[in-house]
Design a protein. Structure first.
Length: 384
């Protein structure tokens, strides 16, 4: 199969540009960022490359067709016209799921039913069967209907890409690995300066920073749905893994995670071992209110409790206030990036952020508060 394939990469709101940058670095063409997703073009070999290497995208969807539909008849005919037999074999399982937004076709269960019938009709005619067995590998069909525009896709990933395989447990309210990687990427961390997380929880931010510093593909320790697809040669997966490992870096990095809870520190160390970065990141029991570093430059990237699920809001504000005092004691070359949903974060922290970026942690609307090293340096020099 040598034709050009169309891919759709769902992404958390606010990190679409970061995902687009990843795709361009991987050499994909036709990259375009949209609300909540990024599109691009590639070939069959890019299915394993994308799944293995993407840090911030949610999954890799193979787009098979797009058309307008304002009625169930148009939806049925549009689906039945696509060459599903090129991708789904006689025994393949093909459940259907998706969403509809701002469209005439609003009932998701009804759309699922119509699309399933259209698929059964098309594949049944091709394979000469009245009832398809659906006993083989999974070919998850996904649909999106946005303003009457239907896009039909196959999910190549299976489990979401945030499931790297190194975090079986977490501490309380978890930060998804894809968002942690996005926070590190947005800080422009490249492995040269120290990176610290004083509220490390289960260690996700330091572990993702270690994977970025080593340029290690985050998907090397897990499997994907498309690995069981007959039309996608297994050699492509081996080639993609070899390519990823050939591009790894080997150096000394200063990546640190601290948490006041010793159980969180032990869990972080366990997760780092599972991720294969235990030699790259270190974890310690430490109080964020007493956080100090002497190096002239570095980055703090952290996700403290919000006061919604783990702490009451007043307790969270006290925590931010104490951490703000500690952060102001850092050398002027340090940047501090904090993700929080707390509406009074800046007041509690002690000063307005130099930049803010809207992000979502799951369904929680947050801001990434950036206190940049350059502006800290200028302010402190001016105060002398």
């Amino acid at each position: 199969m040598d034709q050009t394939l169309q891919f759709v990469i769902p992404a958390l709101m606010g990190v679409e540009s970061t995902v687009a940058h990843e795709l361009k670095k991987l050499g994909l063409s036709g990259v375009g960022a949209e609300n909540g997703r990024v599109v691009c073009q590639g070939g069959p070999a890019d299915i394993p490359r994308l799944n293995l290497n993407l840090r911030c995208g949610a999954r890799v969807l193979l787009a098979l067709g797009s058309f307008r539909a304002r009625s169930f008849e148009e939806l049925f005919e549009g689906c039945a016209a696509l060459p599903w037999e090129d991708f789904i074999p006689r025994e393949g399982r093909f459940p259907v799921k998706g969403y509809a937004v701002s469209s005439q076709l609003r009932s998701v269960p009804a759309c699922q039913s119509i699309l399933k019938k259209a698929l059964c009709k098309r594949l049944g005619q091709v394979y000469g069967l009245e009832i398809l067995p659906e006993t083989g590998s999974l070919y998850q069909v996904q649909f999106s209907i946005l303003k009457d525009q239907v896009t039909l896709m196959l999910d190549t990933s299976g489990d979401s890409l945030y499931k790297r395989g190194y975090r079986a447990q977490n501490m309380g309210a978890p930060l998804r690995e894809t968002l942690a990687a996005a926070l590190v990427s947005l800080s422009r961390y490249r492995g040269r300066d120290p990176l610290c997380d004083p509220f490390c929880g289960s260690g996700t931010i330091p572990i993702e920073a270690a994977l970025i510093a080593k340029n290690r593909a985050p998907g090397l320790n897990r499997s994907f749905a498309a690995q069981r697809w007959g039309w996608l040669a297994s050699k492509l997966w081996m080639d993609a893994a070899d390519e990823a490992m050939d591009h790894e870096f080997h150096g000394a990095y200063d990546i640190w995670g601290g948490d006041i809870d010793p159980a969180a520190v032990e869990l972080s160390r366990h997760n780092a071992r599972l991720a294969g970065v235990e030699d790259t990141v270190r974890f310690e029991a430490a109080d964020a209110a007493r956080f100090r570093r002497e190096e002239p430059r570095g980055r703090v990237v952290t996700n403290p409790p919000y006061g919604e699920r783990l702490l009451e809001k007043k307790e969270a504000e006290e925590l931010y206030r104490a951490f703000g005092r500690a952060a102001r004691g850092l050398p002027p070359g340090w940047e501090v990036d904090v993700l929080s949903s707390h509406t009074e974060f800046e007041r509690a922290f002690g000063r307005p952020a130099d930049k803010k970026r809207k992000l979502y942690n799951g369904m929680i609307k947050c801001d990434l508060f950036v206190y940049s090293a350059e502006k800290r340096s200028a302010r402190e020099l001016g105060a002398q």
